[in-house]
Ligand binder design. Sequence first.
Ligand code: CTP
Ligand code: MG
Length: 241
Amino acid sequence: MKDKITGIVLAAGKGSRMKSDIAKQFMLLGEYPVVYYSLKAFENSAVDEVILVTNESAVDYCKKEIVEKYYLKKVKKVIAGGMERYDSVYRGIMEADAPDYVMIHDGARPFLTRKMIDDSIEAVKKNRACTVGVPVKDTIKIVNCNGFGVETPPREELWQIQTPQTFDYQLICESYQKMYADKKPEVTDDTMVVEKYGNVASKVIFGDYANIKITTPEDINLSAIFLKKFLTKDVDIKNRK
Ligand code: CTP
Ligand code: MG
């Protein structure tokens, strides 16, 4: 039987670094809201179902103005997220209906491609945990509290980590439960959760330098440039019944 894959799209953040009136995940990028692009990528992929996690006050908006309006049939649930990103992820995971794998993606990363999804599925089947990322281009330094660079890790070992991040469902559930049993979880992404609490290293596969997370105001201009290029690729972004 084919493995069941559930996508979890995170759109429950406040976007405080963007300093905009409208939450960044709902800002218009070309014709569509930012979060539409990754939902549509999942719609066109081997992912079976999608759970959209958003702010409590945006649940109805998402259902009517995004899921119904753009005929996103794979989105089975729109649920409220939590305080921290990891709380939103956990709520999404708990709402999944017995999948074999979950693919967790930031709704603020619109340039998700079919290739990233397909490569992630292939890698998770072999490794139980995988993320997309890109090798860093700059030299990275550890800077101490006095502002001095004190260490320079070898650049060829450094990757910038993106989403989607894909996990064996049992592994991510068990890792999260252990994390919550810990008093002070300090994790910035889900590969850290399985690393720290599940003892599993994630396979890192090549994503795309264009797979940016829209975070600060300058990313708006950048995303407009990337959108033009993205639309020239073989992507089907048009909504239709
Ligand atoms: N996110 C979420 N629930 C949270 C926090 C973040 O679902 N409690 C989502 C965001 O909507 C975003 C993704 O996680 O799609 C990555 O988070 P980030 O870029 O940090 O977004 P925000 O937390 O919204 O932005 P900021 O940190 O600037 O407030
Ligand atoms: Mg944040």
